[in-house]
Design a protein around this ligand. Structure first.
Ligand code: EPZ
Length: 421
């Protein structure tokens, strides 16, 4: 089993390039199902989750030529619409094939995603919306069986909660539906915008892209043609994670290939902690605070502060100069990193969905365990400033969503090595 061994105390310097966004690439790969011709994707992140979803497409009969950061996918050869448990249980985002398979083929069977460390993460809103579009949904033996033999019908969908995956599934389902679908209370994340742009570029009329109200004019069952290659947008969470690395180690580092608009919430909070920034067209340099100030965070949907940055900021707050408060509003169990950070010497207390982070003078290396993707990166950040050596186990969580994290940190001067035990 791989682990990361990190010796804390090094200053970082230099620059790295941010990879394509995992959470944009996943719906884009799923959306290729809407076409029966070749689609070219570029700037894919080289991470496990992308390889898993592409493996799933292969199992459905897709022809995929996948190199590290590019893929040419032809779904003209799909001969199965069953997404099996073995794959879906590895990655819950596989549920994003539900909408495209159903709207293209009129029926599909997708395993219910398994549980997840950060919360129950139900898909009730996805299923309710598809039923409103005329699908017959049955849950049996751990599978969602969906049928719409005459195709899906445009409908008015009001989401009780803002759901990124739910919005993405319905946008894809609506693309080939008969008539217009309106989604009210839609997610506005940049990853949702990229998906809408990709489908719109293929000729589907979508109004309201980037807003909470989307209107999609379906093709009535006609598959799409994606003429131009889709270049995945930069990963705003990866970028935010490395900005936190600069802040916590009090280092000046530069990130290339970022979209500054997408990371405004993280920039704003790091500025409130005393950091400053120099920005060029698509790069950003962090000038660290001499003395990190405490921070108060409430996670919310985009463009608010992202839940996927909560753990990383908690690590930075641990060594700031006062008490910080972090309220997690999106997931019911996204504080698994707290007990691990406390093993490194942090002093964090939980009350319901709020964490109080009391500052400590120093952290000390220990053996810690990653529990989920973003928690893992928070432990790595803390290890960069802990005295001595830290061992971060179960880093398969990290490999799902960070492209060569130890390589990028090493190139900045961190003492970090991947080992096996
Ligand atoms: C996406 O997950 C991201 N994953 C998550 O990133 C991210 O944390 C999340 O959005 C919120 O921004 C991908 O894009 C692949 P949601 P998703 O549906 O779509 C509840 C990472 O670290 N809900 O917006 O699953 C749900 O339980 C991952 O990269 C329902 O109740 O998130 C949650 O509390 C972690 N019923 C809230 O809504 C539903 O049918 C937001 O979930 C759907 C969701």
């Amino acid at each position: 089993m791989d682990y990361l061994e990190i010796v804390g105390g090094n200053k970082l310097s230099g620059e790295i390039t941010i990879s394509g966004a995992k959470n944009a690439a996943l719906p884009v790969v799923a959306a290729t199902i809407l076409s029966d011709k070749e689609v070219k994707l570029t700037n894919l992140p080289n991470v496990v989750d992308i390889r898993t979803l592409i493996k799933l497409l292969g199992m459905l009969g897709s022809e995929v030529d996948h190199k590290e950061t590019t893929a040419v996918i032809n779904n003209g050869s799909i001969n199965s619409t069953k997404a099996v448990y073995e794959i879906v249980s590895q990655m819950r985002a596989s549920i994003l094939v539900l909408g495209p398979l159903l709207t293209r083929f009129g029926e599909c069977e997708v395993s219910l995603p398994g549980g997840c460390a950060i919360g129950q993460r139900p898909i009730d809103l996805h299923l309710k919306a598809l039923e409103a579009m005329g699908a017959h949904i049955e849950i049996k033996g751990g599978y969602v069986r969906a049928e719409a033999p005459d195709g899906l019908k445009g409908a008015k969908i009001v989401f009780d909660k803002i759901t990124v995956g739910g919005t993405e599934n319905i946008v894809m389902a609506a693309a080939l539906a008969h008539g217009t679908t309106t989604i009210i209370n839609a997610a506005r994340e940049p990853e949702v915008v990229q998906l809408c742009q990709m489908i719109s570029d293929a000729g589907v009329q979508i109004d309201g892209i980037g807003t909470g109200i989307l209107s999609i004019e379906g093709t009535g069952g006609e598959p799409l043609t994606f003429d131009s290659p889709v270049e995945i947008i930069p990963d705003r969470i990866e970028a935010g994670t490395y900005l936190c690395a600069g802040a916590i180690t009090k280092s000046e580092i530069t990130l290339n290939k970022v979209n500054q608009e997408h990371i405004q919430a993280s920039i704003d909070k790091l500025e409130s902690m005393g950091c400053s920034f120099t920005m060029d067209a698509d790069s950003i340099t962090i000038h660290p605070a001499e003395k990190l100030l405490p921070v108060n965070l409430i996670t919310t949907e985009y463009p608010g502060f992202p839940t996927d940055m909560q753990a990383q900021f908690m690590a930075v707050a641990v060594i700031s100069s006062g008490e910080s408060l972090i309220e997690e509003r999106l997931f019911e169990n996204r504080f698994m990193h707290v007990s691990e950070l406390n093993r490194l010497g942090a002093n964090i207390w939980l009350k319901g969905n709020t964490a109080a982070i009391h500052p400590v003078e120093e952290l000390n290396g220990a053996v810690v365990m990653a529990t989920d993707l973003r928690a893992s990166s928070a432990l790595v950040l803390a290890a960069l400033v802990a005295n001595g050596t830290t061992k971060v186990r179960r880093i398969y969580h990290l490999d799902r969503g960070y492209d060569d994290l130890e390589g990028k940190l090493s190139s900045l001067g961190a003492d970090i090595t991947r080992k096996s035990e």
